[in-house]
Design a protein around this ligand. Structure first.
Ligand code: ADP
Ligand code: MG
Length: 338
């Protein structure tokens, strides 16, 4: 989600920080893909042609959408959902396997089989809400990652009406895929950001990368305009899930776009946004969504039990004021003096 924004604290493309003895040259480019914006900065001492790099990145992202997008009718995912094929490609297989692991890790809070529920609640591509209480039981029969598997290179569904939705994790995964592209080029320091999900490799001339987190106010619609905090990062990934920009109001009720796979209802709790740090961005993205489903208390317990993750949670208290919870290891990397 667009709740994060790259803060470029150093001007121009040269690093003049005192800690970098030699001038390190950085290149950057930005654009539009996957229905969102992206921006990337990379160390470029070998003077790669930036337009050519951008072209390659966009080609990878187009190929990615042809595999995993719910918004591209001919994607592998859409064809598997419509049972037109049972043969997943590499992207699909990797994201599916990791999704299964994240479901197990989060006790089922994260579950990519929520597709039929997401549609019923009006958050799919052809979205309009048609959820009726009487449909709940039959919809719930289609939910549960244990009902789907990949065996011998083929996808097996317990019911043909099961449909998968990788939207909670695809953006983070695309960040990992682009990061691998920079790795293959031998680039040792970069920052890849797609729709607010981020992976930072190395640092920037001896200074940690700085990432801004927006205040989760419904009125805060321009990313980067009203910041809650700045996180310093190095060799890590970060993803945010929030229910303050993607929701709708009906009869005074706010429906968020994360669905609790156990109840079939949109999650409703005081957690306004969950920013998760993990080693890869796909995992950070999945865990961020799971935390929104868990709610504040369970999310804190989960993060404390799983020290490989860090979290920056924003929630509202009884008076409706914003409060933050930051995992202990992360505190030293946060600047909240804004
Ligand atoms: P954002 O980054 O926009 O806040 P998320 O990464 O949290 O979004 O993904 C939300 C999307 O994930 C929903 O629009 C829906 O398609 C899907 N989704 C909703 N609930 C779940 C869930 N419990 N597990 C997995 N995917 C979900
Ligand atoms: Mg997510």
């Amino acid at each position: 989600m667009n709740s994060l924004r790259l803060i470029i604290l150093l001007t121009g493309i040269l690093c003049f920080d005192s800690s970098c003895r030699e001038k390190t040259e950085y290149s950057k480019f930005s654009g539009f893909a996957q229905g969102t914006t992206y921006s990337m900065i990379f160390e470029n001492p070998r003077r790669f042609n930036v337009a050519a790099i951008q072209d390659e990145v966009e080609q990878i992202l187009t190929g990615f959408d042809l595999s995993l997008s719910l918004y591209v009718d001919s994607s592998v995912l859409c064809r598997i959902n419509r049972n037109e094929t049972d043969i997943p490609d590499e992207y699909f297989t990797e994201v599916f396997r990791r999704s299964k692991e994240i479901s197990a890790l989060t006790g089922g809070a994260f579950d990519v089989t929520v597709g039929p529920l997401v549609r019923a609640w009006g958050f799919g591509p052809d979205a309009h809400k048609n959820f009726r209480e009487t449909d709940r039981d039959s919809l719930m029969q289609l939910v549960g990652i244990e009902k789907v598997d990949i065996r011998n290179g083929r996808i097996l569904k317990a019911d043909p009406r099961i449909s998968l939705d990788f939207n909670a994790i695809a953006k983070g995964y695309s960040v990992d895929v682009i990061s691998r592209f920079f790795d293959r080029k031998g680039i040792k320091s970069y920052l890849v950001e797609i729709g607010g999900e981020i992976r930072a490799r190395g640092d920037r001339g001896g200074v940690f990368w700085k990432i801004g987190i927006d205040k989760p106010a419904d009125s805060n619609v321009v990313p980067g305009q009203d910041l809650q905090a700045i996180i310093s990062m190095k060799d890590r990934s970060l993803a945010t899930s929030g229910n303050y920009r993607r929701f709708y109001m009906e009869d005074g009720v706010k429906y968020s776009h994360t669905i609790d796979p156990k109840t079939g209802y949109p999650s409703k709790n005081r957690l306004l946004s969950a920013t998760i740090l993990a080693s890869d961005c796909m995992t950070a993205d999945g865990i961020a969504t799971a935390c929104m489903v868990m709610g504040k208390e369970r999310a804190i317990e989960f993060i404390e039990r799983n020290p490989e993750f860090d979290a920056f949670l924003i929630y509202s208290d009884d008076q409706g004021n914003y409060r933050t919870w930051i995992s202990e290891k992360l505190i030293q990397y946060i600047d909240q003096s804004r």
